[in-house]
Design a protein around this ligand. Structure first.
Ligand code: FES
Ligand code: FES
Length: 1009
């Protein structure tokens, strides 16, 4: 028994020697302390303050903490309004995080707030570098750190008593724990003396936006509204899947295969089952053999069915062998060690090209395998794509020069800070509840129903807040483990990956080998463009066809050629997506497109330089333009029937113009002086660009639903099927409804993605939520607005006796229905009238939307680097992204997407890579060896939005979430070339690769026709 001092209270706890402080805190309800599943304390999500200093609670034993005051986020601030009990509200750091848009998924936020609190208690006036260093122990995969750092600087200014430029809302006074503000230091919005404070601190979290005329007419759309979930997340409220206590809950663990390819000859679980505290051990012999796909996609899943919950064959190191449920994690781990397995090892495949050779080992030989389209397990083919647009051979024949080269992209991890986690239990209606951190709650129950032997209606899926997903949670990957164990034991079960399991058993980005062949006239006109791609899907074919299809569909669609070629482009995209005995790939933000743009944009750069053309003008000359047909729209559509699609808005030229001004392209690109650093001859500066396009949803397939209900206080419940995985979609959907209904966002109570209570939505992927679900919300809001106007007309007529107005004459604004003469009825009055007084009705509406088009967003991505030509070390100094994402609904959340996406893409460019030894065992198993960027390592980030008004959407929006993944790597690669002439065609651009490329020189040449 030890005694801990937690948040000023004393807590006696029973612990064993190895019990960590994290375990004790979470077991006692301090759910603000998050679990990142680390073994080496690498993520920092579990940080608490011990003696006022941040400490990772997973790294120290509870006993070590005895005698040291512990602070968790639960002691920091609270919602200001607690009914009749008023509070001091959020702490200024929390408030600054909320206002600055520093919170996306929020999983790292409590630890960041505590780290900032510790810093500011020691250093009230920190520099940006000091803030970055203080936050460097807490990894964030969502934000790119720009806004958290600015939030801390903002909070510091508030705490010093300085006035600050408002973003939105007033800043509360500093609390006592940091002392009083200096004399005369009043707080913005609340001056305490006659002397108005000077504006001394400006924090910079807003992007620069060039707005469309239509945006200027809107009130709520286009504003930097605070995220609707920010206040709860900044307090570390128990909002995530694992933040739940259930009586009798068991812990699940999985026995993973230690070999890459084998049949299970014998498995004996008797000793494990006999261990005290073990509730169940399951093998393939215990559960039904149902073939399915874990890909969280709409029906029919556009890929092969090739997976069983448990099988008698294993196909990669990390494949499942047995499931265990036990009273504690330690017992479950012990039980795993007692399971005896004899494997008959089979030859294994670790190379995608080898997988296609005749006589190669076959990964899938099970008779239950179900093909989709051209999948062929006898050739290790999970999918095959052959797309010919125009006449490619004729285009090559007409070219003056043919350029060919090979490129390669690695397998990389989503690395969301919240691991995959699920809790399952039977409810009182004998429905199986699956509480899971998923991007696709509606697909979870549909996909798992046959696997579990339950009808869909007897599965209840609950999706709490998600601690990051990025496609990794578009997979129904661990829910079946806990569900089988709950069915077996009748008890609640929690199953959570640790960080190592994320690396060995979860999904990743498809690695690809890409060959480019391009025909071009000497004036720079592209005559034909061809890509052949070998994509490695690993042991299972989840997302195999659609990810790789998008590699061509998006990356090869941007350049169509000029003049006659523009009218009839010649494009070929062929791909073989093959099985190997490596962990399966899957969905990852960008969904195949970043792979394609690495090849396309490196290739275009080489062509422009070889021809002596300006790389910007060369690209713009050949790029798709507004009014043209998407070249792939008649050729391919994710396994569905393709239909023609015209691209209505292309802001690329303006993106180039503003982006190059922001980074100083004209002063740097062709300026030899700029490329040198005086006194440092081993360093070279370089600047590079990439142009990219993405898509917005999948046409004729993605569907979203929404409903809006009016309450008697004039507020509204907005129910949406869409899943907010930290992106802020609940907020932007609320803004759209608030715009139409004439209310502030706070009057919209947003509830999202619960298959029991909200309307269907295909899930959070394909950059579709703002566009598809937003259109459904707008439709529902218009229907509700119509009912409000009709009722307002009647009330106004009854009040004044004047001629009844037409409903269209009524404007909804400022919580009122306003007539042309200025008379009005408040929404409170209308709410009461409709529910209590006259001709009662529930004012509500439901709507859904699917789109016939997928309007592409466009962007120009710029990068500035410094290369050490002696070591090959690349330092990225600056990233500027100018984006045409249509109308920006919320500049703070949208720029957060760009900053976070660019940061993930930066890792893809320079350091992230999953590698395997000759037995197929993962080399990178934690966030130490697999490096993601920390706050103190970031380059300068700048986001520019160039609005266009997409006519197919009620608010003119296009997508923003995925496009920042696409251009950073090639822009960095092109900047390296600009700096030192090194042709690096494989990412990440590690020092070794750059150094080797420097030694090799430029061997790449065009072939004259
Ligand atoms: S550092 Fe403790 S969970 Fe990651
Ligand atoms: S907001 Fe930092 S990990 Fe998601």
């Amino acid at each position: 028994m030890i005694t801990l001092q937690i948040n000023g209270s004393v807590l006696p706890v029973e612990v064993s020697p190895g019990t960590t402080l994290l375990e004790v805190l979470r077991a006692n309800g301090f759910f603000g302390v998050k679990n990142g599943g680390c073994a080496k304390g690498e993520c920092g999500a579990c940080a608490v303050l011990l003696d006022g200093r941040p400490v990772n609670s997973c790294l120290i034993s509870a006993a070590q903490a005895e005698g040291h005051p512990i602070q968790t986020i639960e002691v920091v601030g609270e919602h200001p309004d607690q009914g009749w009990r008023k509070t001091e509200g959020l702490d200024p750091i929390q408030q600054a995080f909320v206002e600055s848009g520093a919170i996306q998924c929020g999983y790292c936020t409590p630890a960041q707030v505590l780290a900032a609190r510790s810093l500011l208690s020691r250093e009230p006036n920190p520099s940006e570098d000091q803030v970055r260093e203080a936050l460097s122990g807490v990894l964030c995969r969502c934000t790119g750190y720009l806004k958290p750092v600015q939030a801390v600087l903002r909070a510091a200014a508030v705490l010093r008593g300085e006035a600050i430029e408002p973003i939105d809302g007033a800043i509360p006074a500093p609390p006592e724990w940091l002392g009083s503000p200096p004399a005369g230091g009043d707080v913005a919005g609340e001056p305490k003396s006659d002397v108005q404070p000077q504006l001394v601190t400006r924090t910079n979290v807003m992007p620069r936006i060039t707005v469309t005329p239509q945006s200027k007419l809107m009130n709520r759309v286009g504003r930097p509204e605070q995220k609707v979930d920010a206040v709860k997340l900044v307090q570390g409220k128990p909002a995530y899947t694992a933040d739940i206590e259930m009586r009798g809950m068991l812990v699940a663990r999985v026995l993973f295969s230690p070999v890459a390819h084998a049949r299970i000859k014998r498995i004996d679980v008797s000793k494990a089952r006999a261990l005290e505290g073990v509730a169940a051990v399951l093998t393939y012999q215990d559960i039904p053999r149902v073939i399915y796909s874990t890909a969280g996609q709409s029906d029919p899943i556009p890929g092969p069915l090739d997976m069983f919950s448990l099988d008698h064959k294993v196909r990669y190191v990390g494949d499942r062998v047995a499931f265990v449920a036990a009273e504690t994690e330690a017992i479950a781990e012990q039980a795993l060690k007692l399971i005896e397995v004899d494997y008959e090892e089979l030859p294994a495949l670790f190379d995608s090209q080898q997988a296609m050779q005749p006589g190669a080992p076959i990964v899938h030989d099970e008779p239950e395998y179900i093909n989709f389209a051209d999948s062929d397990p006898t050739r290790n083919l999970a999918a095959e794509i052959r797309i010919d647009i125009g006449d490619v051979e004729k285009g090559f024949a007409e070219a003056d020069l043919i350029f060919e080269a090979d490129y390669e992209v690695p397998k990389v991890q989503q690395a969301h800070i919240e691991p995959h986690v699920v809790v399952t239990y039977w409810d009182e209606d004998d429905r199986l509840v699956i509480r899971t951190s998923t991007q696709v709650p509606f697909h979870v129950r549909r996909i798992l129903a046959p696997v579990l032997g339950l009808p869909v209606k007897r599965i209840r899926v609950i999706k709490p807040r998600i601690g990051g997903g990025f496609g990794g949670k578009q997979e129904v990957m661990i829910e079946d483990v806990a569900a089988h164990l709950t069915i077996a034991t009748r008890r609640p079960v929690r199953y959570e990956y640790n960080r190592e399991e994320e690396f060995v058993a979860a999904r990743s980005r498809h690695p690809m080998k890409i060959h480019m062949k391009t025909g071009v006239k000497r004036d720079g006109t592209l005559t034909a463009n061809e890509m052949y791609c070998v994509s490695d899907t690993g042991a299972y074919g989840c997302h195999a066809l659609t990810v790789t299809g998008n590699t061509g569909h998006k990356a090869m669609a941007l350049y169509v050629g000029d003049e006659a070629y523009r009218q009839s482009p010649n494009i070929r995209f062929y791909a073989d997506i093959v099985y190997t005995n490596l962990p399966p790939a899957g969905a990852f933000r960008g969904y195949g497109v970043p792979q394609g743009y690495w090849a396309v944009e490196r290739h275009m750069e080489k062509i422009a330089r070889e021809l002596g053309l300006d790389p910007l003008l060369f690209r713009l000359k050949n790029a798709l333009r507004a009014g043209e047909l998407h070249p792939f729209s008649m050729a391919w559509s994710e396994g569905r029937e393709p239909r023609p699609e015209t691209v209505h808005t292309v802001g690329l030229e303006e993106c180039v113009s503003q982006g190059k001004a922001a980074i100083g392209w004209d002063q740097k690109f062709a300026n030899p002086e700029w490329h040198q650093i005086p006194g440092k001859p081993h360093l070279r500066k370089g600047i590079g660009v990439a142009m990219v396009m993405q898509g917005t949803a999948i046409p004729y397939l993605d569907m979203g639903g929404a409903s809006i209900k009016m309450n008697d206080d004039g507020s509204f419940n907005l129910l949406v099927g869409a899943t907010d995985l930290g992106t802020g979609s609940d907020t932007v959907l609320g803004q759209m409804a608030a715009e139409i209904l004439g209310v502030p966002l706070e009057d919209m109570i947003v509830y999202s993605s619960d298959p029991d209570f909200t309307h269907f939505d295909k899930g959070a992927y394909a950059s579709s939520t703002t566009y598809i679900s937003g259109a459904a919300v707008a439709r529902a809001a218009q229907l509700v607005a119509e009912r409000i106007r009709v009722r307002a007309v009647r009330i106004l007529h009854e009040r004044t006796g004047a001629e009844p107005l037409q409903p269209e004459q009524i404007i909804l604004e400022d919580r009122k229905a306003i007539a042309p003469d200025g008379s009005f009825v408040t929404l409170v009055e209308i709410g009461h009238d409709s529910l209590h007084h006259n001709d009662q009705e529930q004012i509500m509406a439901v709507a859904s939307y699917k789109s016939p088009v997928s309007p592409p967003p466009f962007a120009a991505q710029f990068a500035e680097v410094t290369v050490d030509v002696e070591t090959g070390q690349v330092t990225v100094d600056q990233l500027v992204m100018a984006v045409d994402s249509g109308v920006i609904v919320n500049p703070i959340t949208a720029s957060g997407q760009i900053e976070g996406g660019m940061t993930q893409a930066l890792g893809y460019a320079v350091c992230e890579e999953m590698r395997y030894d000759d037995k197929g065992r993962a080399r990178e198993r934690d966030l130490v060896d697999y490096h993601i960027f920390r706050a103190d390592e970031m380059p300068e980030l700048q986001t520019l939005f160039i609005e266009t008004y997409e006519p197919s959407h009620p608010f003119g929006v296009k997508a923003v979430a995925e496009i920042p993944m696409d251009g950073v790597a090639p822009a960095v690669g092109n900047a390296i070339l600009d700096a030192c002439g090194a042709q690096v065609d494989i990412i990440p651009t590690t020092p070794e690769r750059v150094w080797r490329a420097l030694k090799k020189g430029t061997e790449w040449q065009a072939r004259s026709m």
